[in-house]
Design a protein around this ligand. Structure first.
Ligand SMILES: *Cc1c(COP(=O)(O)O)cnc(C)c1O
Length: 407
């Protein structure tokens, strides 16, 4: 008899985006001439930087010719890309990371989802609330939780991000082994200071724990005092793994390229308590289950680090951040409390009411779609997320409508 992994039955079906779609469709039917503006999505909207497209085309042409054709590449990624990343994303910021500590992949979603398989089933896992759902669901699939009760999985330590702590969770009071952190945060848009991040690194060192740091939105950091990488923090090499992606920084959501940083000093422990190198384990896993990102895509990603590429990606980020500024300005004028939007494309608004009521009000009064915070966890209840990923024209129009209808 073929039996299934019963843990999959514990997963909560996510009705978030289908619920949103249903309510939008109903609104559209009742208001056929009103144009709905979507500020709910977590996907970029602008084309790839021209430097990336040029490199992409050139590499595709190379594939056509026997003399420059490339078959299987190194599973960990081509040196040209790993070297460019180490130099520009780490060494330039004083973070001691070398090219052979960088693993190129087709997405930070896969990497943040897959990394947990290196660790034992009975470890204690700490996960933020609200949260990007991948961290939680992949641990449910792996059998590290009990059942879902009252909006929470038994066995998980939830790191609550609330107004009280400025949306930066406090250190856990109980023992934990694996800690997920994401800054700038999705969905709250909050950031973490170097001093705060240092307390997490120190905690991990003191408790033989490991931090998984998702920095998918680092490109949106404008405040130069904030850390872009956990490897800017003293002592992180032994106790942290970092996830980065070209998805939000350079518009690669449909092109697919990301990377994971595992330093050669990163340690975990076997069941006897002996130190084991996580770099070797992740390398083994990566080579066994992954065959590399396509050559043209890696060339397109490399172009992000060329002179024109740097200027063009900076312009791209600046474009979305102008939207974020516009959204913050309007929300502030309406008198709502919010976080994010300064070093992040997301604005997290305290709706002072049920998440879905606020969602319905924005949709029905202004024809603007947001994401109800309750969809990201228990602590998201009462909040909504507005995304800056759209055109200036659409954001300006959405904000003008919100001002007209809500003030
Ligand atoms: C968008 C996003 C990613 C990036 O995922 P990719 O698979 O690289 O596109 C990672 N983490 C968070 C929190 C995100 O929102």
């Amino acid at each position: 008899m073929i039996t299934i992994n019963d843990n999959y039955l514990k997963l909560q079906a996510s009705y978030l985006f289908s619920d949103i779609a249903k309510r939008v469709a109903a609104f559209q039917e009742n208001n056929p001439d009103k144009q709905v503006i979507k500020l709910g999505i977590g996907d970029v909207t602008r084309g790839l930087p021209p430097a990336c497209i040029e490199a992409f085309h050139k590499a595709v042409d190379e594939m056509a010719d026997d003399s420059s054709f490339r078959g299987y590449g190194p599973e960990q990624g081509y040196d040209f890309l790993r070297n460019a990343i180490a130099k520009n994303d780490f060494k330039a910021r004083g973070a001691d990371i070398s090219a052979d500590e960088i693993f190129i992949s087709d997405g930070a979603k896969c990497d943040t989802g897959n990394i947990q398989e290196l660790f034992a089933k009975d470890i204690k896992v700490a996960i933020p609330d609200p949260v990007y759902p991948v961290y939680l669901d992949t641990n449910v699939m792996a059998g590290r939780t009990g059942d879902f009760q009252n909006g929470r999985f038994d066995g998980i330590v939830y790191l609550e991000a609330t107004q009280t702590n400025g949306f930066v969770p406090s250190l856990p009071e109980e023992e934990v082994d694996l800690i997920y952190l994401c800054f700038p945060n999705n969905p709250t848009g909050s950031t973490i200071s170097k001093a705060e991040l240092q307390t997490w690194v120190d905690f991990a060192r003191d408790n033989k724990a490991l931090i998984l740091f998702d920095a998918a939105y680092e490109a949106f950091i404008r405040d130069d005092s904030l850390p872009k990488s956990i490897f800017e923090i003293e002592g992180a090499r032994e106790v942290a793994i970092e996830f980065r992606s070209f998805s939000k920084s350079a518009g690669f959501t449909g092109t697919r390229c990301a990377y994971t940083v595992v330093s050669k000093d990163c340690r975990a422990f076997d069941s006897q308590g002996n130190i084991q190198k996580v770099h070797e384990l992740w390398n083994r896993r990566h080579c066994t289950k992954f065959n590399g990102v396509s050559y043209p895509v890696q060339r397109a990603a490399e172009a992000v680090y060329k002179e024109e590429g740097k200027a063009q990606t900076a312009e791209l980020i600046h474009y979305y951040l102008r939207n974020a500024d516009r959204i913050c300005e309007e929300i502030e004028a309406l008198g709502y409390d919010y976080d994010g939007g300064k070093n992040s494309p997301y604005i997290w608004i305290d709706g002072r009411t049920d998440s879905w009521d606020f969602f319905d009000m924005l949709l029905n009064k202004a024809g603007v779609v947001c994401t109800p915070g309750a969809g990201f966890g228990k602590c998201g209840e009462g909040y909504i997320r507005i995304s800056a990923f759209n055109s200036h024209e659409n954001v300006d129009e959405a904000m003008a409508r919100i001002r007209r209808e809500l003030s």
